[in-house]
Design a protein around this ligand. Structure first.
Ligand code: SF4
Ligand code: SF4
Length: 371
């Protein structure tokens, strides 16, 4: 156990209300083994969880999935979040958000909507999502959000199939009336790791996209906020994943397991507590999984003696696990990591565009050979 003597309160809770989703994005951050509907927490339990979150000091509730609109009780859950004083953000693919649902969500006190787009090109967007007509539907949903007077953020995940249109996706977000656009290059774990050969852009493609998005940031300053998460495979240092393990947020799965980050279950041997057995405050302070990599005591060299250890906290534990087999290693993205060659090898060996088919994210388990 590694909990600091004085533990700051979490700022946000990411609630994966369900893993059900009509889309099949090959980079989806959900786990490969998706939680079935019959095991999902009911609305009453979610309401208790949000009450506990507010009491523990949480300010923001991010309602995510899967597709949260797959749940019939979404409006009831949003209303409760508003009642207990949480700033409530709906993270949605847009599918299932009808005009009537949008009106009810707005009345219930929803504060903000984050709408994902897959590409600026409709044909490519629907292919990436594995869902015909999705692009057109998202345009309509953006209109419903802005029409309800709610602030809209557009989420755009960048990978090989859309990297040439990163700038066009920013322009699309502006056309949709978004106040903010989050351009994030794919992080490779879970479904994205399974599909890495099909998703990874070349260094030149990634660099061109970064320059285009930065150009647009200057051009549109004051008109739209552009949050740009650069591709970490091309960086010298890793990001402080989640702002540091168990430092700011908690993630609750559809069945109630509480994780320090959405990919944490890819690390074997961690003990996750469940909201059915523990309060959120207890979990935040004492869950073995939360305390496993809190702070810096768990670090090995080169992180242990590195002056950046309180800046990036050694990067992403899940990426260290996926690429080195040991979650205590430095994130191999770091050029100081003894495992950095694994990143170079992946970048030096990209498949040609269109060469590899996606394994779409579906509710069935991926065959072991594909993992
Ligand atoms: S990333 Fe795609 S498949 Fe995954 S939950 Fe979001 S919309 Fe659904
Ligand atoms: S050695 Fe560790 S702490 Fe230092 S920059 Fe690299 S990942 Fe970060």
């Amino acid at each position: 156990m590694n909990a600091p003597a004085k533990l700051a309160a979490p700022i946000g809770i990411l609630a994966e209300l369900t893993h059900r989703c009509p889309l099949g994005c090959p980079y989806c951050s959900n786990p490969l083994a998706l939680d079935p509907r019959v095991e999902e927490l009911d609305a009453e339990t979610w309401k208790r969880v949000f009450s506990e979150a507010a009491a523990a000091g949480v300010l923001h509730a991010h309602l995510s999935g899967g597709e949260p609109a797959s749940r019939r009780d979404l409006v009831e859950i949003v209303a409760h979040c508003a009642k207990v004083g949480l700033y409530t953000n709906l993270i949605t693919s847009g599918i299932g958000i009808t005009p009537a649902v949008m009106a009810r969500l707005s009345e219930a006190g929803l504060d903000h909507v984050q709408l994902s787009i897959q590409d600026a090109d409709p044909v490519s967007a629907d292919k990436i999502a594995g869902y015909a007509g999705g692009f057109a539907r998202k345009r309509e949903v953006a209109g419903l959000v802005t029409g309800a007077g709610l602030p809209l953020t557009v989420n755009a995940v960048i990978h090989r199939a859309n990297v040439a249109r990163a700038g066009a996706m920013v322009e699309l977000a502006i056309a949709l009336g978004a106040r903010r656009v989050e351009v994030a290059h794919t992080q490779y774990y879970g479904w994205a790791m399974v599909n890495r050969a099909a998703l990874l852009p070349s260094r030149a493609e990634a660099q061109a996209a970064i320059e285009e998005v930065e150009r647009l940031r200057k051009l549109h300053e004051g008109r739209i906020v552009i949050d740009h998460v650069i591709p970490d495979y091309h960086a010298r240092y890793p990001k402080a994943c989640m702002g540091g393990w168990a430092r700011r947020t908690l993630n609750v799965t559809p069945t109630g397991r509480v994780l320090p980050c959405h990919a944490a279950e890819t690390i074997p041997g961690l003990e996750f507590w469940n909201v059915k057995e523990h309060s959120l405050a207890e979990i935040w302070a004492s869950s073995p999984a939360f305390n496993a990599f809190r702070g810096t005591e768990w670090m090995r060299e080169p992180c242990r003696s590195c002056p950046r250890k309180e800046i990036d906290f050694g990067g992403c534990r899940c990426q260290a696990m996926a690429m080195t087999g040991d979650p205590r290693q430095a994130d191999p993205v770091c050029h100081l990591s003894p495992h950095h060659s694994a990143i170079e090898a992946a970048l030096g060996n990209p498949a040609s565009a269109g060469e590899v088919e996606y394994q779409y994210r579906r509710m069935v388990r991926v065959p072991a050979a594909a993992e």
